[in-house]
Ligand binder design. Structure first.
Ligand code: ATP
Ligand code: MG
Length: 237
């Protein structure tokens, strides 16, 4: 069974009676553990697709199955629950709380978790911070960090409640190439450990960390390929 199965998905926005068609005839499946990059020009629908896949928005028509269940039949409460428990987010702008410690930023998604006691939460936060190599910054305020460190905190926050999928929308967009590469190495490492990762990027070299690249143009999939990855692995042998 696929983790994600999208069938003939369409999305349009209606604003003041004006209809904007954004996604058309989108079909694909994503297996558990895949590392996927979504590419395409500005306005091609990458973020819109990602918002639907992460339960932030709904398709206008078509099906979106998550673990075999048709999410289009779920009510808002169920979608919110899935969003909180099954997915983690990393954004271009980091979206951290300023003047708040690294530790407390990473702990945020656990605030309303009742399953885990306070001591257990501390361990989960420490483990997530360790996974991104920021133990030495744990008590710093987030606004004292470099851009690359901020993004690593955002990844730790995305990881802390052990979601099935991590969505990263242009995670290297605000970083210099060295910090960007560090962030991609961490995502690569998480992928090796079995996390499903769905990345949006404009940059070909960033996309090539993923094993599969889906390209969108004007809201349609124009290619869905693993060719580059076979080449990359081939070169490494
Ligand atoms: N809420 C909305 N209402 C109306 N139109 C929208 C809305 N959200 C997105 N759009 C339109 O949908 C299209 C796709 O937007 P989207 O943000 O998905 O593009 P993108 O591929 O992520 O672009 P970028 O690379 O610039 O982030 C754009 O033309 C955008 O103006
Ligand atoms: Mg976008």
């Amino acid at each position: 069974m696929s983790l994600i199965d999208v069938k003939n998905l369409h999305k349009e926005f209606v604003t003041d009676g004006v209809v904007t068609k954004v996604l058309h005839h989108i079909d694909f499946e994503i297996s558990e553990g895949e590392f996927i990059a979504i590419m395409g020009p500005s306005g091609s629908g990458k973020s819109t697709l990602m918002h639907i896949l992460s339960f932030l928005d709904r398709p206008t028509s078509g099906e979106f199955l998550f673990k075999g269940e048709n999410t289009t039949e779920f009510d808002d409460k169920k979608l919110a629950h899935l969003r909180n428990s099954e997915v983690g987010f990393v954004f271009q702008q980091f979206n951290l709380l300023p003047r708040t410690s690294v530790f407390d930023n990473v702990k945020l998604p656990l605030t309303y978790t009742k399953k885990v006691q306070e001591k257990g939460k501390k361990k989960l936060v420490d483990d997530a911070i360790e996974a991104v190599g920021l133990e030495h910054r744990k008590n710093n305020l987030s606004n004292q960090l470099s851009g690359g460190e901020k993004q690593r905190v955002a990844i730790a926050r995305a990881l802390v409640n052990d979601p099935d999928v991590i969505f990263a929308d242009e995670p290297t967009g605000n970083l210099d190439s060295r910090s960007g590469a560090q962030v991609m190495e961490i995502l690569d490492d998480l992928s090796d450990k079995g996390k499903t990762i769905i990345l949006v990027t404009h940059e070909q070299y960033t996309a090539e960390y993923a094993e599969r690249i889906i390209k969108l143009k004007d809201g349609e999939i124009v290619s869905d390929s693993k060719e580059h990855y076979r080449r990359r692995k081939g070169l490494q042998k």
